[in-house]
Design a protein around this ligand. Sequence first.
Ligand code: 5GP
Length: 235
Amino acid sequence: MVDRLEQMYEGKAKKVYRTNDPDLFIIDFKDDATAFNGLKKGTIEDKGVLNNLISTRFFEVLQEKGIPSHFVERLNDREMLVKGLEIIPVEVVVRNVVAGSLAKRLGLEEGISFASPVLEFYYKRDDLGDPLINEYVVFALKLATPEQIAEITDLALKINQVLQEFLQSRGIELVDFKLEFGVHQGKVLLGDEISPDTCRFWDLETREKLDKDRFRRDLGQVEEAYAEIWRRIQG
Ligand code: 5GP
């Protein structure tokens, strides 16, 4: 049994607590939702509960396929036990279909499938709105080592393959997603969460959006979309 100690950090969607084990932390998933770098704020009822369930399921699926992550176990409705990470300040986005910021940046219509996955790095800096960077910036600023970037690239593309296959059989198209990595005892581990907050999920047939874009774009039925993702991936 681990005991929850003091809060260490509060982010937009999660709180992190220390525990009596210096190596383990508790993530508490909140219902708060933000978009456009905090400009749009709201709550999505039971989002925390659903994202804890959904992330747990994805981390378990990935662990079965040999992807190392900070996930230890889901403790209760809103809490997940994780290993402590030294976070690498680089957000990794993998894209299979044109959407969001890439559609805007390259003047492409949303929904076009890429011939091969697109991998992007963003500098994790809220005050700058997480700018797009490349490996040269990562190395010049010593955000990660070349070995770590090679490992992260390998893991991100493997995660894409595993999740694409898992979701496809459940009628979900994995459009794109964001990952974060960190170092634990010298090893690169997948961190953060994998949920409709951090991924774009479309219904495979109708291409209906089943993710946070429903909140970002005021499409309604936000809670229903998160619940639908959980319904399709559980068990
Ligand atoms: P885009 O760059 O098109 O806005 O986002 C690409 C993908 O990464 C989407 O699935 C989006 O949810 C995720 N993503 C990118 N940046 C962030 C971020 O700062 N927070 C969250 N929650 N997701 C992000």
